[in-house]
Design a protein around this ligand. Sequence first.
Ligand code: GLU
Length: 293
Amino acid sequence: MTARQHAYVGRFAPSPTGSLHLGSLLAAVGSFVDARHHGGRWLVRMEDLDTTRVVRGCADDMLRMLEAFALHWDGTVQYQSARTPHYRQALEELTRRNLTFECSCTRQERLPHGGYPGTCRAGPRRSGPTATRFRVGDERIEFADRIQGACTFSLGQLGDVVVRRRDGVIAYQLAVVVDDALQAVTHVVRGADLLDNTPWQLALQRALGLPVPGYAHLPLVVEAHRGKLAKSRRALAVQAGNPGALLHQVLTLLGQQPPAELKAEPAGSVLAWAAEHWRPGSMLGVREVAASP
Ligand code: GLU
């Protein structure tokens, strides 16, 4: 591996809980093109820890779809379900440092805006199964997002985040920081729906002494009448029938102004054009983009 390749490691980390939809294709394309533009590596990681939501066969379908769009990844695909010992170790480390506590609260007991009021900080209120929360300080977290610009969040307002669910499943926030570090990811490029998760991830990285990647949050695809496409269960699955045209649409949503002729080109050529002409600055501060119905 050359020094140049080491300088940039990006990744696409889908949850195999449904077919690849326009929002996830946009995250895949944005992270892929940014990596290739920088001469970097691009990894794929299946975030399949939540067994209650994982759909059988979905990961394979997603990988086939990525290949159909010429989104060829480097190395082997990692599956979080096979990496639990790493997350357990990180959890033990947090606990050893007295940064976790057990919590018996249910989802209904959260504050209206979703924050956690610290109810069980001194010990679980009820007996029975508990989740493990990461204790956060009352501080501001600031970071420079390459697309969203300067971001400031109050960790205290976001609240103590769950790192192990009451059913024992390691939560996304912990797994993602462990894997980004172990896979030596230098650049995280993903959808803006995860922007407000970033402060927790930065706090966890600091607590665990992990390196901090750069962040770039791509605009979220919304459809005028149906709210967030990326979050909607009914979000339309993408079809690989005409990959060049769909990639053209995705690049347009990403503010890249691809020439119309590219629509008829094979996926690989469209992506090569995008990597050469990539201008993430044209999305500066854009949180949402509307897909034509
Ligand atoms: N697995 C997450 C999702 O599909 C993305 C995680 C990430 O990119 O950090 O929403």
